[in-house]
Ligand binder design. Sequence first.
Ligand SMILES: [Zn+2]
Length: 390
Amino acid sequence: MTQRAYKFRFYPTEEQQQILAKTFGCVRYVYNWGLRLKTDAYYQTGKRLYYKDLSAQMTVLKRQPETVWLNEVSSVALQQALRHLDRAFINFFEGRGGYPQFHKKHGKQSVTFASSAFKWDGESITLAKMSEPLNIRWSRRFTGIPSSVTVSRDAADRYHISILVDEEIPQAPTSENQVGIDLGLTDSVILSTGEKFGNPRFFRKDEKRLAKAQRRLAKKKKGSKNRDKERIKVARIHAKIADRRQDFLHKLSTRLINENQVIAVESLQVKNMIRNHHLAKSIADVGWGEFVRQLEYKAEWYGRTVVKIDKFYPSSKRCFDCGHIMPKMPLIVRHWTCPECGEHHDRDVNAAQNILAAGLAVLACGEAIRPARKLTRQREGRPQRSRKAN
Ligand SMILES: [Zn+2]
């Protein structure tokens, strides 16, 4: 059984918007209240408060006349806020995150409902305290039973629901294909097969629009209605960029996992070693870390292998055919001819082929990442240049 999250957009009714706004407010209040108690306890007495301590105190809090309004929203949602706070502290103490911060009124709001706080009838979801099911835009189907749902409203005032489902995912049939992936400048993702994918420099394309909106925002008076409007505009542009990038990465990672048994990539750390400003920006645009993360979890679902090369390896400078290493390979060079064997290379495809070879070497012998200098040039031992003409 695997837990898988499905995210959908939904459109709340006026009434649902009001209930959610109230719930977001109460959840934020409880989270911040708990954070303050935990912080005070820790700094004043050195004592750590846990979920059960806070949960007991929350019962008292809900009886106080000045906070009795907390009873108007789902109590399960409030308890989840305390669980999230516990999780944030565990992450902090185990070095995975910074000290928990107070949740702010502006920006993204979210609330999690455990299974006792929503109804799922196989087709629709109704949240606690609501009379009607949510109007969800179901973009895909799932088969399992939802175990919890998280509802959020982003800074651009859009509503999403993320549904956590326990699912049995069938393993994909074994594939013969193996692929190496590199990140290029002009074509963002390059395969060892010679295929290249798009140029999703969404950010740079929208950069001007964003900069303009940000300048307009900076000119507005703090606390004014117009500033609020501009803030939402800026958030919308950010949201659009993020959506398009996610969409592109998901489609590509799903396809690569479907088609290949082994996928070789360089780790983000290796990518970051290349300290070229333009390249670094390009990496940020494409979201390499996110892409590798998607490949890894999808590989786990479907029984594929992602091999990460985490040592520096001269994939661009090395001739895939004979192993000759060029002394220099400036970024401007897109094509080159090997002085040793005379093979003509597309810079990025050659790099992706080397990454695949290095990845297979890692799989074969654990860690050696440098394949034999003289690779035999058997046709079948060599990834095809172009599998698909597109
Ligand atoms: Zn060569």
